[in-house]
Design a protein around this ligand. Structure first.
Ligand code: NAP
Length: 290
């Protein structure tokens, strides 16, 4: 296919979520489709909570080939799909939908994306006390990944019931015990005092609300490893505070690249050009930041 011509046979993929302005997935996936010479295009679909069921029907009706699912739909989409693979069921969150001959199949590539990020960074999280902030869809994948490595995990969330539910589900499927607490200054202080690894899996700090952080920077120490799965901006307020405290910091862009590459492989069966996808995502964030 010459460059990027759209025609009557173009296969459509995309991302559904709300908000979406921060997303660099279209830039990342379209760069990969071009590189692979595939007649695919990737689009953003802003879908509110009230319209999720209609949008899922739309995937079927419009013959959309594949969809990434993001904030706030990763958990609530599960009952709307025809089938959810075993890993995504255990995690309790879906970030990839594959439309296979009209049947909508759900997968989770966030957990593997996070594991690959840790591996690339040489972080042996299995020996660590981890504090995960957030209990939404992405947090579930992060918690599951950490538990699979053997980490001790404490989950803190604004809505404490969601932290408790997440901890109970993770314990059921991983056989490990999780602590679950309300996200408040006292609980954060006591959890961080014992933590080696701190992961932000909330949307706090994400553009256009960059500048917010779930953690008071005074609680961060040199011995912490601080990861933020928010990738836009590249250096969030949390990461900048952690850097000032002398901590090691890890941003969310490389995880984005891995989960995106694995999504593309599910939809197309082709091997994804992950390095190119990461470069395209990084360049798109830079353009957004300008
Ligand atoms: P989600 O399911 O909607 O969960 C959002 C989480 O953020 C919940 O725990 C929510 O707490 C918390 N939260 C939101 N606003 C808050 C506030 N003002 N104060 C405290 N907590 C707040 O969303 P998600 O799909 O898990 O995504 C979360 C973030 O991860 C997004 O920024 C997304 O872009 C990012 N992400 C990145 C990657 C990557 O590859 N780098 C992959 C997946 C997700 P409540 O439960 O109390 O509402």
């Amino acid at each position: 296919m010459a460059d990027f011509e759209l025609n009557g046979s173009t296969m459509v993929c995309g991302v559904m979520g709300d908000p979406l302005e921060h997303s660099v997935s279209p830039a990342m996936h379209n760069a990969a489709f071009r590189k692979l010479g595939l007649n695919y295009v990737y689009l953003p679909f802003r879908v509110s909570k009230e319209n999720l069921a209609g949008a899922v029907e739309g995937i079927r009706a419009l013959h959309i080939a594949g969809m990434n699912v993001t904030i706030p739909h990763k958990v609530s989409i599960i009952p709307l799909l025809d089938e959810v693979d075993a890993l995504a069921q255990r995690i309790g969150a879906v970030n990839v939908v594959h439309n296979k001959d009209g049947r909508l199949l759900g997968f989770n590539t966030d957990a593997e994306g996070f594991l690959r990020l840790l591996k690339e960074q040489g972080i042996e999280a299995g020996r660590m006390h981890a504090v995960v902030i957030g209990a939404g869809g992405a947090s579930r994948a992060v918690c599951f990944a950490l538990a699979s490595l053997g980490s001790n995990v404490t989950i803190l969330n604004r809505t404490v019931q969601k932290a408790l539910d997440c901890a109970a589900d993770m314990a059921k499927y991983t056989g490990r015990t999780f602590a679950a607490l309300e996200l408040n200054p006292d609980n954060l202080a006591s959890a961080l005092a014992k933590a080696d690894l701190v992961v932000n899996a909330t949307s706090l700090g994400m553009a256009p609300q960059a500048g917010e952080s779930p953690v008071n920077g005074k609680l961060l120490e040199r011995r912490h490893i601080v990861a933020d799965i928010v990738y836009n901006p590249v250096v969030t307020r949390l990461l900048s505070d952690a850097e000032k405290a002398g901590a090691r910091i890890i941003g969310g862009l490389d995880m984005l690249g891995w989960q995106g590459a694995l999504s593309l492989e599910i939809w197309t069966g082709c091997r994804a050009p992950v390095d190119l996808m990461r470069r395209a995502a990084a360049e798109a964030v830079k353009r957004y930041e300008k």
